[in-house]
Write a new protein. Structure first.
Length: 242
C-alpha cells in the first residue's frame, strides 16, 4: 500500500498545485520502481534456485539411470540364457535332467525420478524458465513417467515367472532349485514365453534409462535445442545388455 498525504498548507496558485502533483507523481514512480526492482530480484533469485535444483536433479538422474542399467544387465542375461537352454531342449527333444537354479534375487536400484521438476510444474514456477528450457525438461519428464509406468509390467512378469518356478521347485533337499525333468513340451513353451515376457519388460526399462541418460547428459552440458536433445537420447543406446 502506498499512502498519499494531502498538502500541509493550502494551495493558492497553479504553480503550487503543479509542483505538489509533480512531487506526488515522482514519489509514486519511485515507490513503484523500487517495488518492481525488489520483485525482479526476488524472481531472479527464484529462477537461479530453480535452475540450480534442476541441475542437481539432472546429475542425480544420470547416476541413477546408469546404476539401473547396470543392475538390469545380469538379470537380463540370465533370462536370455535360461530361455535359450529351454528352447534348445525342446528343439533337440532332450529332457532337462539337471536341476536348475531359480532366478537370483536382485536388489532394487534407484529408478530415476524428477521431483523438483514435478513440484515446479504443479506450483507454477515453470514460468521462471525460458521456453527452450521448459521444452527440453518436458522431453525428459516424458521418459521419467515412462520409466515409472514400466515398473509394473516388469514386476508382473517377474511374479508370473516366479510362480511357474515355484510349481516346479525341486525337493526340499535342493532349495532354490527347480526340476524340469518331467515338464511337458507345453509347460516348457509356457516357461519360455514367461521368460521372454519378463526379458522384454525389464529390457524396456534398461533402454529407457539409456535414453534418459542421454537426454539428461545433454541438458547438463547446456543443450537447449529440442532437436539436439532428441538426437542425444540415442548416444548411450545399446541393443543388448553389456
Amino acid at each position: 500500500m502506498i499512502d498519499v498525504h494531502p498538502p500541509h498548507q493550502a494551495i493558492h496558485t497553479w504553480k503550487e498545485y503543479l509542483l505538489h502533483m509533480s512531487t506526488i507523481v515522482l514519489g509514486l514512480l519511485i515507490a513503484i520502481g523500487l517495488e518492481q526492482s525488489v520483485e525482479a530480484m526476488h524472481r531472479a533469485n527464484e529462477r537461479n534456485e530453480l535452475r540450480e535444483s534442476l541441475k542437481h536433479e539432472t546429475e542425480k538422474a544420470i547416476a541413477d539411470a546408469r546404476q539401473t542399467e547396470q543392475t538390469e544387465n545380469d538379470p537380463l542375461r540370465w533370462l536370455s540364457a535360461r530361455s535359450e537352454l529351454v528352447e534348445t531342449a525342446l528343439a533337440t527333444h532332450q529332457p532337462i535332467s539337471a536341476l536348475l537354479p531359480r532366478k537370483p534375487h536382485v536388489t532394487s536400484s534407484n529408478l530415476p525420478v524428477d521431483p523438483v521438476w514435478s513440484a515446479a510444474k504443479s506450483s507454477g514456477l515453470l514460468q521462471l524458465l525460458t521456453q527452450e528450457e521448459v521444452e527440453v525438461y518436458s522431453q525428459a519428464d516424458i521418459l521419467f513417467t515412462s520409466l515409472e509406468n514400466g515398473q509394473k509390467p516388469g514386476r508382473d512378469a517377474s511374479y508370473k515367472r516366479a510362480q511357474f518356478e515355484v510349481r516346479h521347485q525341486a525337493d526340499p533337499q535342493h532349495p532354490g532349485m527347480i526340476d524340469l525333468s518331467h515338464a511337458t513340451p507345453e509347460e516348457l513353451n509356457t516357461y519360455i514365453a514367461l521368460l521372454q515376457e519378463e526379458y522384454t519388460a525389464w529390457d524396456q526399462v534398461r533402454v529407457g534409462c539409456q535414453y534418459l541418460r542421454g537426454i539428461e547428459t545433454a541438458i547438463n552440458a547446456g543443450e537447449r535445442d529440442l532437436g539436439g536433445i532428441q538426437k542425444a537420447s540415442q548416444q548411450f543406446y545399446s541393443r543388448d545388455p553389456r
